[in-house]
Design a protein around this ligand. Structure first.
Ligand code: GLA
Length: 839
């Protein structure tokens, strides 16, 4: 039985294991345990005490691995520049008739590669352990170890030899289940001997324990034997099952060290084998009564028993989509989904905040399959980019990753500088909620408490009549004051029936019938910012369900009355709502965070599950607002520093556009003289918002834009209506905002007088804006040489996007633009390449 079972650690299995491990980022504090089944089968991250923070041990063992496979895979393993790497490999080579010299040569090449790719990584090379199973002989093993010792010395690696000490493996069932694989007793010897090599303070945490369970197959029997040897706590979540449980590095997938792997298997399993493993594991747990919070039993069967106390069954084939599996295995997407499922059920957060390093970039990025993708990296040092998925390349000149990914999936790549490694997770989907920033209208500044069904319908009609929907403004969003003060006795938010007598669903239908999408507002604290309606804190599931049932397509989630101001709490609160929304809404639902940029949401908003976040205070209808911030200049100061974080499906929002208000808004007048801004200033705002790829949201009564033909009356309220309408529907400006790369413009000049921004666009065009920040009109000379995004080997045609005037034949290395700009005015061009030279 054993031999047949072991044969399953075959090539497809190994490929699957390499693939899924490859998707797990390991950073510069990781200690990687690399090897074959002897390494793979152990619970490394639980096995040690006193390993100082932030070091952590990661299992990178692959059952059945050969030394040449380790060499083939070492590049991605060390891409994160791990702190240490322990390698024990060779016994399978000997078992397959491969000579000791070949093993040593492969290990030698592996060590050389590690040194070249990650010189900081300290390598511990381990002797192979004794075994006489199959064609293995003690003589060949001794010879291999003699050569490995030389390889270690030659490469400056630490060498550890436990061959003689582990000799009982070959004959004593207390040490080995099969003459090759270890029992708890042997693991505890190994664990004790290598602990101080990992770190001087590190100790083995294993306790003496019961022997292996010989009723079971291979891995399952030995693993069950040592479960009792590793102490658990009342916070621990045990993941039980066969191969699908065993091959998940659950603690890494969830960033939660209390997720403990209790699966067994080393290859594809039949249902019977999986069942037997599960039963024996649960029996063992029942008999030994370890402490734990919950047990999750993963099974490949479609049906599973109902929950039994703290034991929960997850029938994976029924719960997950087909694209989560790779034949008999879970793929990396599947592992992530299961991890998220468990964490959701545990009400725990699934992500942690990656601390900023000397490199400035987003850590969670998105792309649509087959569509252009780009990520800007701002780095002080020289950097290298490792393990880009197929289709992406590193453009060193423009410090940008760019290209197209053809296959959906979760990818990991690394930005490596001299002092740090940044791990980037890229999610590629056929569709994303915000492939480009959303555009629409928010009701707050128009109505506040005077919101009503009738008024919202009038806005919907106006959006369509004015063609704003065709220009892109498709989201009509209810803001604060749509609900009444208290929840119902059964805990639901209640829309104000005086304001919405026909009900929310009827209004949603009306909006949808007009080809528009409908947004709602709530708050992550106990009350919304007006104080007049309840917040969603603690009611996330109910509210998300209601928002979905009513037909909403977007949630703006504010942050007044939150329990405390910390980032950790905010991350938790926003993650909770994201998870609730995910359960109840469709994949294109937009989750819009609004904590006003106070906790740097560009560092963690995407990780919390949002696709855009307010980066600034509430915008006000003025140039600068010393009291409340939110003037155009206040926003410029924020966006000058956060531009590298913006990208597809992760937008920093500069808040509502003030264009069209002319002092007529509600809260937008706070801290202003009430007169609104000049047309130049409104234009500057629209241009900058587009340069930053901010969501574009209007907040003025657009029914005022009618030119005497309004269904609301014959009055022309707004003398600037034509100009305002032309500005907010300027197709060329909107195209900058909606560029498929979704990048935010980079400031190349910012002083008291001038702000010059450049924005690379998908396809090679470049947008350039120049803003006169001073209070007087001024002459400007723009040297094209300063626009580093332009390629000096090409000539360009520049189109002025307000006047439409074009200037052909521009040479970046030589030419200059001269122009005059009024106070607070902005000029913006789109540079298109005229020629392209091959080099
Ligand atoms: C906060 C938000 C605003 C608006 C109000 C509603 O101030 O930032 O955009 O939603 O709350 O009360």
């Amino acid at each position: 039985m054993l031999a047949a079972w072991m044969a399953w650690a075959d090539l497809p299995f190994r490929q699957h294991r390499y693939e899924t491990l490859r998707a797990l980022p390991a950073d510069s504090n990781a200690i990687l345990m690399v090897g074959n089944s002897i390494t793979d089968m152990f619970a490394w991250h639980e096995a040690f005490d006193h390993l100082p923070q932030p070091y952590h041990v990661c299992n990178r063992g692959v059952s059945g691995a050969l030394s040449d496979e380790v060499l083939e895979n070492i590049d991605w393993m060390v891409a994160g520049h791990p702190y240490k790497l322990l390698l024990m490999i060779g016994t399978n080579d000997l078992g397959s008739g491969i000579a000791p010299q070949t093993v040593a040569a492969n290990v030698d090449s592996t060590l050389q590669r590690i040194h070249r790719l990650s010189p900081r990584t300290q390598v511990i090379l381990h002797s192979i352990l004794p075994s006489t199973v199959g064609t293995r002989t003690l003589d060949a093993e001794r010879e291999t170890n003699r050569l490995l010792a030389q390889v270690a010395e030659h490469n400056g690696a630490t060498y550890i030899d436990l061959f003689d000490e582990m000799m009982p493996i070959t004959s004593d069932t207390a040490y080995s289940i099969d003459g090759l694989h270890l029992t708890a007793r042997a693991y505890s010897i190994w664990c004790r001997r290598i602990a101080p090599l990992l770190h001087p303070d590190c100790r083995c945490a294993m306790q003496p324990t019961s022997p292996a369970d010989h009723r079971l197959w291979g891995s399952a029997s030995m693993r069950i034997g040592y479960y009792g040897a590793i102490p658990t706590t009342p916070n621990d979540i045990l993941i039980v099952g066969g191969e699908m449980a065993k091959c998940g590095e659950w603690n890494e997938l969830t960033s939660n060290p209390r997720m403990l792997n209790r699966g067994g298997g080393w290859g594809a399993m039949s249902d019977e084998q999986e069942n037997a493993t599960i039963e024996a594991t649960l029996e063992y747990i029942a008999a030994h009564k370890p402490e734990y919070k919950a047990i999750y039993v993963l099974t490949q069967r479609r049906e599973a028993p109902a929950d039994n106390g703290r034991i929960h069954y997850l029938p994976l084939r029924a719960l997950l989509d087909e694209d989560c599996f790779d034949g008999p295995y879970l793929n990396s997407r599947g592992y992530l989904q299961v991890a998220q499922l468990i964490m959701e059920r545990e009400g725990d957060k699934v992500t942690h905040i990656q601390e900023p390093t000397t490199t400035t970039c987003a850590h969670t990025v998105f792309a649509t399959t087959g569509r252009p993708f780009a990520q800007r990296i701002k780095a002080a040092d020289n950097i290298a980019v490792k393990h880009l998925p197929q289709g992406l390349t590193w453009n060193a000149r423009h410090s940008r990753i760019e290209g197209t990914v053809g296959k959906t999936g979760e990818y990991t790549y690394y930005i490596v500088s001299e002092h740090s490694t940044d791990t980037i997770r890229l999610t590629v989907r056929d569709q994303l909620p915000q492939a480009t920033p959303f555009m629409g209208l928010l009701t707050w500044n128009i109505f506040e408490d005077e919101i009503s069904d009738q008024r919202v319908r009038t806005l919907a009609n106006a959006i369509v009549d004015l063609g704003l929907d065709k220009a892109g403004y498709r989201y009509l969003c209810l803001d604060d004051r749509w609900a009444i003060y208290d929840r119902s006795t059964d805990g639901h938010l209640r829309y104000d029936t005086a304001k919405f007598p026909l009900g929310m669903k009827a209004l949603a239908d009306y909006i949808h019938d007009h080809g528009l999408r409908f947004g709602i507002y709530s708050d992550g604290g106990t009350r919304t910012c007006s104080g007049q309606q309840p917040g969603s804190l603690g009611h996330e599931a109910t509210d998300a369900q209601d928002f979905a049932d009513w037909g909403f397509d977007l949630l703006k989630y504010d942050y007044c009355y939150a329990p405390d101001p910390s980032t950790d709490t905010a991350l938790q609160i926003y993650t909770n709502m994201a998870q609730a929304l995910k359960k109840h809404t469709s994949a294109d639902f937009i989750y819009y965070m609004c904590e006003w940029g106070e906790r740097k949401p560009w560092l963690w908003g995407a990780e919390a599950g949002a696709t855009c976040w307010r980066a600034t205070a509430d915008t006000r209808d003025c140039w600068e607002n010393p009291t409340y911030k939110g003037g155009v200049l206040d926003n410029i100061r924020v966006f000058n520093n956060i531009w590298p974080y913006t990208g597809i499906n992760r937008y920093s929002d500069a808040d509502m556009l003030m264009c069209g208000l002319h002092g007529s808004g509600k809260s937008s007048n706070a801290g202003t003289d009430g007169k609104g801004m000049s047309q130049e200033e409104y234009r500057t705002q629209m241009i900058l918002w587009c340069m930053w790829s901010s969501p574009l949201t209007l907040c003025f009564d657009i029914t005022n834009l009618y030119d005497g033909h309004s269904r609301c009356g014959t009055k022309v309220y707004n003398p600037y209506y034509q100009e305002d309408l032309a500005l907010i529907t300027n197709h060329e400006l909107i195209a900058l905002d909606q560029d498929p790369w979704g990048l935010a413009a980079e400031p190349i000049v910012m002083d008291d007088q001038w702000l010059v921004l450049q924005k690379p666009l998908a396809g090679g065009d470049v947008a350039v804006s120049v803003t006169n920040l001073s209070d007087r009109a001024a002459d400007c000379a723009l040297n094209l040489r300063d626009i580093t995004e332009l390629d000096e080997t090409n000539t360009y045609q520049a189109t002025h996007l307000i006047s439409g005037r074009t200037t052909p034949g521009l040479r970046p290395a030589h030419d200059q633009f001269w122009f005059k700009l009024p106070a607070h005015g902005t000029a913006v061009w789109r540079f298109e390449m005229e020629t392209s030279h091959t080099h």
